[in-house]
Design a protein around this ligand. Sequence first.
Ligand SMILES: O=C(O)CCC(=O)C(=O)O
Ligand SMILES: [Fe+2]
Length: 371
Amino acid sequence: MAAPMVERGEDAFRTLFKFYRRKHPPPDLSNVLDFSKGIVCDKVLSTNLEVSAVSDGEASRAGLRPVRDWRAFGLQGCPGFIFIANPFLRGSQPHWLRRCLKTYTQKPNVCNLDMHMSPNETDDIWGKSADTLRRVPCGKKEPKTLLEKLRWVTLGYHYNWNTKTYSPEHHTPFPADLQRLSGLVAAAAGFPGFNAEAGILNYYRFDSSLGIHVDESELDLSRPLLSFCFGQSAIFLLGGPRREDPPTAMYMHSGDVMVMSGQSRLLYHAVPRILQDPPPPCSLGTSLSRGQGSPERGVSGEGGVDGEDWAVCSRYIQSSRVNMTVRQVLGPGQSFPGVPKGSAPDAEGGGEGGGQKRRRSSSGGTESSDT
Ligand SMILES: O=C(O)CCC(=O)C(=O)O
Ligand SMILES: [Fe+2]
């Protein structure tokens, strides 16, 4: 069945969300835009980047190709929306994926499991899951590991899913490497001086989705929102400024990056589906693999992902998708209401000191039918 005709009407977004989420019969994906194929229709526009804003060396140290080689697109009717089709160097996605699974899951970062488990139980999610993930063959029924139960992690200014706010009291250092990566992508997109202050990492399984929402909790909405995806492909729906506006459906493949800025910063969006069999070209098989036989491209001197860690990452990602959204919360010189200027905590985070429905419930994050 073809995608339903979307009308400007109350339920246009909801109708398409349900259409793409449906399992039986599987939805017709022929209307889903695939930026990895380039400019395939007049809705897709080419976008110029600030090629000289990022040196090749800086890009390479963050695991990115030279900016002149990035393929960036815009969308008719969505000014400020930039889709960058996998700008990562071959072999650098495993590095970032391992950061999402092994490092950013550590305290003092906050995750959904903290809502109903003791700090002791959630203090080493990777360590408590790795052996099982390495050992148990795919398809074998075993109790879920903590990594498989993980739905979201927050970084920097920790998003409060209940009040939908950030606060100066709940802040921990933002990971310096992710801050650098975000600064480079933002600069290439025309936003020099981007200061990554908050991150929401979403961990999706095949039955997860992220409900229709708009990200408006940041105090300075003139700064872009960046989104990085790893793992299984997903369908992303980008709507309009009103909740009921009909959305455009697009694939997000592993390595793809989105920048939501300008008018598109406040567009409604959702992730109705994670795809089990990504359509070709499947970026998982090529760009996310460590590239057998080829030298590993390390990032910032981190070196490659060793075999033991890769066994865990690759097993996990066979049935998962990880998305990082990075936000600047405060504008330059801005402070939280009631907090005198200059008293905000250090958001730079010199080290690693270190919530789908985004119908955000108390536990927030992605929703899946098994939680
Ligand atoms: O997973 C995605 O691609 C979207 C995530 C998102 O919209 C969010 O975290 O606000
Ligand atoms: Fe969002």
